[in-house]
Design a protein around this ligand. Structure first.
Ligand SMILES: *[C@@H]1O[C@H](CO)[C@@H](O)[C@H](O)[C@H]1NC(C)=O
Ligand SMILES: *[C@@H]1O[C@H](CO)[C@@H](O)[C@H](O)[C@H]1NC(C)=O
Ligand SMILES: *[C@@H]1O[C@H](CO)[C@@H](O)[C@H](O)[C@H]1NC(C)=O
Ligand SMILES: *[C@@H]1O[C@H](CO)[C@@H](O)[C@H](O)[C@H]1NC(C)=O
Ligand SMILES: *[C@@H]1O[C@H](CO)[C@@H](O)[C@H](O)[C@H]1NC(C)=O
Ligand SMILES: *[C@@H]1O[C@H](CO)[C@@H](O)[C@H](O)[C@H]1NC(C)=O
Ligand SMILES: *[C@@H]1O[C@H](CO)[C@@H](O)[C@H](O)[C@H]1NC(C)=O
Length: 458
């Protein structure tokens, strides 16, 4: 089968068009340019975690509320060891009791003698309960160890709830002071939360669904994620190869950190017995144990352009876990490539189209494992990878193997963007292939420029 496309037009020519193309670039990404500089993800512009407090009854000295967190993010989930929610009371409120979650510390409750509150801290920190707690300690959507799946992957498990009984607060909708300064940790930083605002009371379906009941008062707040705020080392990188060039383009060196034989692992470390490590209830982040590589990324995604047919082409995508300390449960990947518009089939992974710009541009795919088959990306080692093949129908207007068109523009793993090789390193078609149509090369050039432009800004 012949390879479509070939060499690049003379080098000087394309860049003289740069100035005329710039306005087009700006026109293509107005949302991005107007967006705030943090907490905004172009591939998931409305992604957020919304937290609602629904007051369900007034008590002698306060209220009982159901607190519900909705992870409206398309592909960013909250993994084990789970979320930690905090806030600041405006008065001398106490938490009398909780169902489906608990405060990490009780604080100083020495003023109380007959009945002792669950928590007397001005700034309580709340964590979910682990699965398997007694039935009378549970409420709907609780007790999953603080794990929230993403809305795109599994909306039923993207919700977490608990019930809280608050005292020494007002007990009418005019005397209650809404708590302030909400924080959400997972358990590291990354989220920033806006102020809680009183909103229209939530309507609930009653048991048989024939009657609606209404919360007595509802307030709501929105938390958004920012990779900048997370201050984390890059979590993943991408490598490339193709059937038409023997070169394997590795992840950029030092993409996630530079190799240091004293701190990385050549083979699986021996299991260390953790003796009474986690005595409190506060979830602790898992320290990574990364296999030694030049890029030191815990996760690598390899995109191999595998086959070329007359009307189709095929890619093999391999995701490798190089972290000996972690299994990634319910992992997901997001890949942006213009040919997802003409996707024919994804093998062994679940696929969902994300349309961040509306239906007009449909170039972003969310991929995740099939339950009980490959939804667990095992720790580094022989089994530490998952694979898929992706079959595209060639889009006659844009398809080309030249200038890296066959490689993705943007890749995310578990909601964090991955480091891609620099565009000039992409596997090239061998010299002497047939000349390419000018329109095709312009489209390719534009995609490359968009990639470079976005890469530069993000
Ligand atoms: C939060 O997400 C919901 C659901 O996508 C959306 O309706 C809402 O506008 C978002 N809020 C903000 C402040 O982004
Ligand atoms: C407070 O409750 C009263 C009576 O239930 C209701 O009429 C009023 O709209 C509520 N106010 C707010 C701010 O929710
Ligand atoms: C709490 O939030 C308010 C705005 O609602 C802000 O002015 C204040 O600095 C915050 N306090 C703390 C301790 O973060
Ligand atoms: C990963 O999962 C396997 C199988 O469930 C288990 O044997 C292994 O201990 C897990 N590894 C880690 C680091 O949790
Ligand atoms: C592109 O998006 C539309 C609208 O969401 C969807 O119906 C269609 O299946 C998508 N195309 C592909 C190839 O998934
Ligand atoms: C590929 O998708 C685009 C956009 O949906 C459509 O215009 C074009 O006809 C498709 N090409 C093929 C070969 O199906
Ligand atoms: C393969 O791609 C590399 C990287 O772009 C390039 O340097 C090399 O010349 C290509 N090989 C052939 C045979 O064209």
């Amino acid at each position: 089968m012949p390879i479509t496309g070939s060499t690049m037009p003379p080098c000087g020519a394309p860049f003289s068009h740069y100035a005329t193309l710039l306005p087009l670039l700006f026109a293509l990404f107005p949302a991005f340019l107007l967006a705030p500089s943090y907490g905004y993800d172009v591939l998931d512009p409305n992604g957020n975690i919304t937290i609602k407090w629904d007051v369900t009854s007034w008590t002698g000295d306060g209220y009982v509320a159901t607190v519900t967190m909705y992870n409206y993010q398309q592909y960013r989930h909250v993994e084990s060891p789970g979320w930690i929610l905090g806030w600041r009371w405006q008065r001398k409120e106490v938490i009398w009791s909780m169902v489906g979650a608990q405060a990490t510390l009780q604080g100083d409750c020495s003023k109380f003698h007959s009945a002792v509150p669950h928590c007397c801290l001005r700034n309580p920190s709340i964590v979910d309960l682990l699965p398997g707690v007694p039935y009378n300690s549970q409420v709907a959507n609780c007790c999953r160890g603080g794990v929230l799946t993403s809305w795109g992957q599994d909306p039923a498990n993207a919700v977490s709830s608990f019930q809280i009984s608050v005292g020494l607060s007002g007990n009418t909708n005019t005397s209650v002071k809404v708590p302030k300064n909400f924080t959400l940790q997972t358990p590291g930083p990354g989220y920033s939360c806006g102020p809680a605002k009183t909103v229209k009371p939530t309507l609930f379906n009653s048991g048989d669904g024939r009657r609606k009941t209404q919360a007595l008062m509802t307030w709501s707040l929105v938390c958004t994620y920012s990779e900048v705020m997370a201050h984390r080392a890059q979590p993943c990188c991408v490598s490339f190869s193709s059937f038409y060039n023997e070169t394997i383009v590795p992840c950029p060196a030092c993409a996630c950190g530079c190799e240091n034989k004293d701190t990385c692992y050549e083979t699986a470390p021996l299991k260390t017995v953790t003796s009474g490590s986690n005595t409190g209830v506060t979830p602790q982040a898992i320290l990574p144990k990364i296999h030694c590589t030049k890029d030191m990324c815990p996760v690598r995604l390899h995109w191999h352009v595998k086959q070329n047919y007359k009307d189709y082409w095929r890619v093999k995508l391999t995701i490798s876990n190089r972290n000996y300390a972690q299994n990634y449960s319910q992992w997901n990947a997001v890949v942006q490539h213009p040919n997802f518009d003409n996707l024919t089939e994804v093998f062994s992974f679940t696929y969902k189209s994300l349309n961040p710009y509306g239906d007009a541009i449909n170039d972003t795919a969310m991929l995740w494992g099939i339950k009980y088959y490959n939804d667990l990306l095992m720790q580094a080692g022989e089994e530490g990878n998952v694979q898929s093949e992706i079959l595209f129908q060639k889009d006659r207007n844009t398809f080309s193997f030249t200038e890296g068109w066959a490689f993705p523009l943007k890749v995310y793993f578990n909601g964090d963007s991955c480091v891609l090789p620099s565009p000039d390193a992409y596997p090239r078609l061998p010299n002497g292939a047939r000349p390419v149509k000018v329109e095709t090369s312009m489209v390719v050039l534009l995609s490359l420029m968009v990639a470079a432009f976005l890469g530069f800004l993000w």
